[in-house]
Design a protein around this ligand. Structure first.
Ligand code: BES
Ligand code: MN
Ligand code: ZN
Length: 481
């Protein structure tokens, strides 16, 4: 689908569907005002968020149809609401066989942030997770072009870069685990890096053994698929004005059976999205390579398959992490934290001064926050404040979780420096504390995206499957550094 800026005035726009936003209790003025008012008066359209009404042969317009799109309450309308609305419009009109759409923005919603959000909404909504359906008719209904009236070309371009990166990330996370092994994930990263001019290095098992990444390798040893540590580097072209260096670390478990502490079979198929954090940081690097922020950014993705093979690690095994600390592995299903800590230590060695990790880490975060908010943990409130401002601007809801010292007590081990689980209570917090123990004083944010990285059911604005959550916030964080 083509996205572009429309520069003609509303009445002159020739398109299959001209979309205008109608708010609750406020029929929009302008062309076709009488027909629009009839929609409101009859109750067929009220302006409720994501509501859609289609009007043929609108008076005073060159467009074939006028589409009224519900913006909800005008006072609370913002770029995040527009992103969803634009997506809902696209998915609804696509099923009707409409090929060309123009979305007209009105003041005060004509800034580049709104134009970018409109484009993002449309492109994100257009991605289907049906690559393996062989029905030849499945692509018959598709939208060829989506134009935005309002904002500038720069807004449209930024929206396209972000949404294409997010869709790239979602495509990877949607892949089943037989078709996305750690090696294949590394291949995707290498290919992307060479297309967009990033440095990419992949550490193999031998190199990780030399370095002493015992925590990561312990998880990997139960699988026939070799692990990898993917490193992607972005360096600004001109010498940065800051000594800061952002590290983005994403959990890349291509499948999580739980290992010897095996998971129940019911629902286990979902554990193919256990690399969504890794896919999000790889996708963020694709956008960063194009938007060129002024801070260096390095992404690290430790990638393994957590399997109960005959060489698998056992509960009670003690491993030595890259940091030198020893860990008693009480539960092999708490594997995400084990691979992350070795990657975080390595990120510190590569010079990263600020660390953000994203991981589908715990079922407990789903219990705490459902599928709405990312759970955020930090050892540095100022850093998190910066992150939360970026996440708010990008519409990626994030909620800070507590990190009181008391939770840390639960990780004390009988036989090693610490063990890898803290019990059922506060499970997402003890998981965060485990990681925090390895980053020491380096400013760090941990994002538990287990509840937000996957949709079991489609939303009006997004297909079921991977969401690509986190990516846009990572990019904005780098851009606004
Ligand atoms: N990948 C899972 C967490 C997860 C759960 C992701 C649900 C997405 C949806 C993680 O590796 C895991 O198994 N966590 C355990 C930790 C426990 C053993 C301490 C969990 O949450 O049950
Ligand atoms: Mn697990
Ligand atoms: Zn996992």
């Amino acid at each position: 689908m083509d996205v572009k800026l429309e520069t003609r005035a509303v009445p002159q726009v020739e398109t299959d569907a001209l979309v205008i936003i109608g708010f609750e209790g406020a029929p929009p003025d302008g062309p076709a005002a009488v027909q629009i008012k009839e929609f409101y008066d009859s109750g067929e359209f009220s302006g409720k968020a994501l509501e859609i009404a289609v009007l043929h042969h609108p008076s005073g317009l060159s467009a074939k149809r006028l589409v009224l799109a519900g913006g909800g309450k005008r006072d609370s309308f913002n770029a995040s609401e527009l992103r969803k609305l634009s997506g809902a419009v696209l998915r609804s009109l696509k099923t009707k066989g409409i090929h060309a759409i123009t979305l007209a923005l009105d003041e005060p919603f004509r800034s580049d942030d709104f134009a970018a959000a409109a484009v993002e909404g449309a492109l994100l909504a257009d991605l289907e997770n049906d690559r393996y359906k062989t029905d030849p008719k499945k692509n018959e209904k598709h939208v060829d072009s989506f134009a935005v009236l309002g904002g500038s070309q720069a807004g449209v371009d930024r929206g396209r870069v972000l949404a294409e990166a997010q869709n790239f990330s979602r495509d990877i996370a949607n892949e089943p685990a037989n078709l996305l092994t750690p090696t294949i994930l590394a291949d995707h990263a290498k290919k992307m890096a060479s297309e967009y001019g990033l440095e990419c290095e992949v550490l193999d098992q031998d190199r990780m053994r030399q370095l002493g990444m015992g925590a990561l390798l312990g998880v990997a040893q139960g699988s026939a698929e070799p692990p990898a540590l993917i490193v992607l580097r972005y360096k600004p072209a001109t010498a940065p004005s800051t000594k800061d260096h952002l590290g983005l670390i994403g959990k890349g478990v291509t499948f999580d059976t739980g290992g010897i502490s095996i998971k129940p079979s019911d629902g286990m198929e979902k554990m193919r999205y256990d690399m969504a954090g890794g896919a999000a940081v790889i996708g963020a690097m694709r956008a960063i390579a194009q938007l060129k922020p002024s801070i260096p950014v390095t992404a690290l993705v430790p990638t393994v398959e957590n399997m109960p093979g005959s060489k698998a690690q056992r509960p009670g095994d003690i491993v030595k992490s890259l940091s030198g600390k020893t860990i008693e592995v009480l539960n092999t299903d708490a594997e995400g934290r084990l691979i992350l800590i070795d990657a975080l230590t390595y990120a510190q060695r590569l010079g990263c001064t600020h660390l953000v990790d994203a991981a589908t880490l715990t079922g407990a975060i789903v219990v705490a926050l459902g599928n709405v908010n990312i759970g955020a943990f930090t050892n540095n409130e100022a850093f998190l404040a910066k992150f939360l401002a970026a996440s708010k601007a990008e519409g990626e809801k994030t909620w800070q979780m507590p990190m009181d010292e008391e939770y840390k007590e639960l990780l004390k081990s009988n036989f090693a420096d610490l063990h890898n689980i803290g019990g059922r209570a506060g499970g997402s917090i003890t998981a965060a504390w485990f990681i925090r123990d390895f980053v020491d004083e380096t400013p760090w944010i941990h994002l538990d995206i287990a509840g937000t990285a996957w949709l079991d059911d489609a939303k009006p604005y997004m297909a079921k499957g991977a969401t690509g959550v986190g990516l846009r916030t990572f990019v904005r964080l780098a851009e606004t550094w």
